[in-house]
Design a protein around this ligand. Structure first.
Ligand SMILES: *[C@@H]1O[C@H](CO)[C@@H](O)[C@H](O)[C@H]1NC(C)=O
Ligand SMILES: *[C@@H]1O[C@H](CO)[C@@H](O)[C@H](O)[C@H]1NC(C)=O
Ligand SMILES: *[C@@H]1O[C@H](CO)[C@@H](O)[C@H](O)[C@H]1NC(C)=O
Ligand SMILES: *[C@@H]1O[C@H](CO)[C@@H](O)[C@H](O)[C@H]1NC(C)=O
Ligand SMILES: *[C@@H]1O[C@H](CO)[C@@H](O)[C@H](O)[C@H]1NC(C)=O
Length: 515
């Protein structure tokens, strides 16, 4: 039997104008029919993490390839990954078996337009047309991200990628090829995945592609970069690139294709560690730095006051034209949500000179690991409600997609991934509570469909509904308990349900792989 889920607990938070009551649940039954009829349930991956065929058919290297092949990284690489490039038909069949409404994947810029600029690669075009057609043929909606970390290395080498304004023109040209070629079948476009984490991880901490940072900041010694300025510059150019592509889509393609375009952020929301005024305001500040950084420009046309005041001339200023371009340049916001952090005020950071983005936040972040399964995320479903309530109250309740949500486990453990099932069960219920309370959420995508190459720990961790046997040259996929659970939910079962759980535990397919 699945461990009885955490009993009712009540968390009351007061954050200036925001007041939220969240609860952990598990006793009440729900099914997908409790969600609005057009609510979309899917699962996702991204190009470099799943496709493989890294050196085939004209694809060129990206900053993700460079990172994965660097000497300091020992987590393997995406040269082969799950080989979805060759196995997409088989994978779409698994999506049909699972009952997905939608598949979230990303297009590899360097496969479609080698080196980032210039002629379209016919093989790349053919692959994405095949994948999209296969999905559409089976009634699965394609939800496409244009850039999920893997910027063509050629653009990074030529002018520094996102630290240079030139990226805006190249991104817009790439986006136009996608709208033109695939927009008759793709109705949901996300320009960038996790703009906030890409900027902090890639340009301040230097822990993720393109691994830029400067001493004494950064978790590693970076060969180039400037942690005091570049996270802000990269974010500014990301916003301009997004907004330019969105303006083009809205003007030229949306009227005839009738699709939607949005942006994606990681919503690591912050709650105060104590009820002290200092910690309450610290948590608010942390959310402004992580979410307001992008959402304030997207909704109001400028960065939050606190960021401008703290970062001074290190944060770029929007011209009037740019501000108008960025403001309102989205139809929906996608969030990737895994965990919630607690923060304490840390004013001494502001006395440091120079400061990076992290010091500017002036908080100490703690992830409350209580109740987390080994190597997994603490299960805090009220964090998702808090997130959706935050967007509802501060940003006028935009249409939202939960683009990623899922539990991390060690890869080689078991196919009976009970902790993932428990995690999804309470998060989807939390999402239902938010929808019932007026959130404009439109869809939920589990991360990930398959066990993919992960950005933080390669093939050591897994999030997938399917295990991929890397020791088998065929890279055979095996459904996990979570796949059975999600599939039953998608097909209308009531959750939690003993039937669903028995289905998982007794299923033959679950015992075919041993570790
Ligand atoms: C429900 O929505 C109202 C209005 O936005 C808000 O005040 C309340 O805190 C929300 N409740 C929960 C549980 O999020
Ligand atoms: C980062 O950029 C700022 C502003 O241009 C400059 O003052 C500082 O010296 C640079 N730091 C490094 C490490 O290059
Ligand atoms: C903050 O205050 C609320 C209401 O008094 C209480 O329930 C909660 O436990 C307090 N939180 C912390 C972290 O002390
Ligand atoms: C998983 O286990 C297999 C078989 O023991 C081994 O070959 C493989 O390297 C392991 N993978 C990871 C990521 O630990
Ligand atoms: C791999 O696939 C081939 C062709 O479908 C099949 O003949 C072979 O038995 C498979 N190997 C394994 C280890 O499953």
């Amino acid at each position: 039997m699945v461990r009885v889920l955490t009993a009712l607990s009540l968390v009351l938070l007061s954050l200036n104008s925001i007041e939220i009551a969240g609860k952990v649940v598990g006793a009440e039954k729900y099914s997908r029919h409790d969600f609005p009829a057009d609510f979309v349930f899917g699962s996702g991956t991204s190009a470099y993490q799943v496709e493989g065929a890294a050196n085939e058919d004209g694809r060129t290297p990206t900053i993700f390839d460079t990172f994965a092949h660097s000497a300091t990284w020992l987590g393997g690489n995406g040269d082969v990954a799950c080989d979805q490039y060759h196995k997409y038909k088989e994978d779409v069949q698994l999506m049909v078996d699972t009952g997905l409404d939608a598949y979230r994947f990303s297009i590899s810029w360097a496969r479609l337009i080698p080196n980032g600029r210039g002629p379209v690669n016919p093989k790349g075009l053919e692959y994405y047309n095949n994948l999209i057609n296969e999905l559409v043929k089976h009634g699965i909606q394609p939800h496409v991200t244009l850039l999920h970390i893997d910027l063509p290395q050629a653009l990074e080498d030529e002018y520094g990628g996102f630290v240079n304004r030139r990226i805006v023109r190249d991104f817009k040209a790439y986006a136009e090829v996608c709208f033109q070629e695939f927009g008759d079948r793709v109705l949901h476009w996300t320009t960038m995945n996790e703009g906030n984490i890409f900027s902090v991880g890639g340009y301040d901490l230097g822990e993720s592609p393109p691994q830029r940072c400067s001493f004494p900041f950064g978790l590693f010694r970076c060969e180039r970069g400037n942690s005091t300025t570049e996270p802000y510059i990269a974010a500014h150019n990301i916003l301009l690139a997004h907004a330019s592509a969105a303006a083009l889509y809205k003007k030229k393609y949306q009227p005839k294709q009738h699709g939607f375009i949005g942006f994606n952020l990681l919503s690591l929301m912050f709650l105060p560690a104590t009820n002290s005024t200092a910690d309450l305001s610290a948590s608010q500040r942390a959310n402004e730095f992580f979410i307001g950084w992008f959402m304030d420009p997207l909704v109001f046309g400028d960065y939050p006051e606190i960021m401008k005041r703290t970062a001074g001339n290190r944060i770029p200023k929007f011209t009037k034209v740019e501000s108008r371009l960025v403001k309102g340049s989205f139809d929906f916001i996608g969030i990737n949500h895994y965990a919630t952090g607690y923060v304490q005020d840390n004013p001494s950071n502001l006395k440091r000179e120079p400061r990076d983005f992290v010091a500017d936040m002036a908080v100490k972040v703690m992830i409350n690991a209580e109740d987390a399964p080994p190597d997994g995320f603490p299960v805090m479903p009220w964090g998702l409600q808090f997130t959706l309530e935050y967007f509802k109250q501060l940003y006028d309740n935009p249409p939202m997609y939960i683009h990623e949500n899922g539990q991390r486990t060690d890869r080689n453990t078991t196919l009976i991934d009970t902790s993932r099932v428990e995690y999804m069960q309470v998060f989807i219920e939390s999402l239902l509570d938010s929808v019932r309370n007026g959130s404009n959420a439109r869809g939920y995508f589990s991360w990930s469909f398959l066990d993919v190459f992960e950005i933080m720990d390669g093939y050591r961790s897994s999030y997938g509904l399917y295990y991929v046997d890397l020791d088998d040259p065929n890279l055979t996929r095996y459904p996990k308990f979570s796949q059975h659970w999600y599939s039953a939910f998608l097909k209308g079962a009531s959750i939690p349900s003993d039937d669903v759980i028995r289905l998982g535990k007794n299923s033959d397919t679950l015992s075919t792989v041993s570790f």
